[in-house]
Design a binder for this molecule. Structure first.
Ligand code: BG6
Ligand code: MG
Length: 212
């Protein structure tokens, strides 16, 4: 495989913020009396904040207005941002830092492709604000995963054709986005366990070093 660039998802691939997302949605759901658990949470991986809320509200006992939904999404984001204050490089997932360092050593381009609007804050907190050759995130895009927009933007910022990129994802929505963008895709975490369509299913992110 002629891979010239790796595009990493952020939450659940580089850093354990996927659990912070869960905790913040759980707090909001409990307050609203809506049932929510880790199984439902797996459907929120990779999708935007409002699309995540719509999935949670499938179990609500009443309809919510657009204004109420906006307020709920903002409330969740406030809870989430409170947890980001305590985020440090210790929250990097096993193998993530070594993988980044080794890809740099091999002169493979690296990028972030994340649906999260909190990406800049997170990269700063974990000490990786300047680590990537390109960052494409929720602030740059109109359509979130499974649409390929964020990955195509990352590839274009790197100047590398999609077919020479490897995407690393923990979300099924992200796996589908990479495929739709014509990229190779390695699944880790939840998608590593369950994705039928990924080219590779891995336990840890550093296993990609054997693929390149
Ligand atoms: C993705 C997460 O990275 O970002 C999703 O996997 C989340 O769970 C999405 O909904 C949007 O994040 P944010 O930080 O913009 O609310
Ligand atoms: Mg993710």
């Amino acid at each position: 495989m002629a891979i010239k660039a790796v595009i990493f998802d952020l939450d659940g691939v580089i850093v354990s913020t996927d659990e912070f997302h869960y905790q913040a949605w759980k707090k909001m759901s409990d307050e609203e009396g809506i049932s929510f658990n880790h199984t439902i949470n797996n459907r929120l991986r990779g999708v935007s904040r409002m699309e995540s809320l719509n999935i949670i509200l499938e179990r609500a006992e009443r309809e919510y207005t657009a204004e109420e939904k906006q307020a709920l999404a903002e409330r969740k984001n406030e809870y989430y941002k409170q947890s980001l204050v305590n985020l440090t490089p210790d929250d990097l997932l096993p193998g993530a830092k070594d993988t980044i360092d080794e890809l740099k050593r091999r002169k493979v381009k690296i990028a972030i492709g994340s649906s999260s609007k909190n990406t800049p804050t997170i990269l700063k907190q974990i000490g990786l604000a300047d680590a990537f050759d390109a960052v494409a995130d929720g602030n740059d895009i109109t359509h979130s995963k499974p649409d390929p927009e964020v990955f195509l933007l990352a590839a274009s910022k790197l100047g590398i054709p999609p077919e020479e990129c490897l995407v690393v994802e923990d979300a099924e929505a992200g796996v589908q986005a990479a495929i739709a963008g014509g990229m190779n895709v390695a699944a880790v975490g939840d998608a590593g366990l369950h994705s039928q369509d990924a080219d590779y299913r891995l336990e840890r992110v550093d296993e990609i070093l054997d693929l390149i």
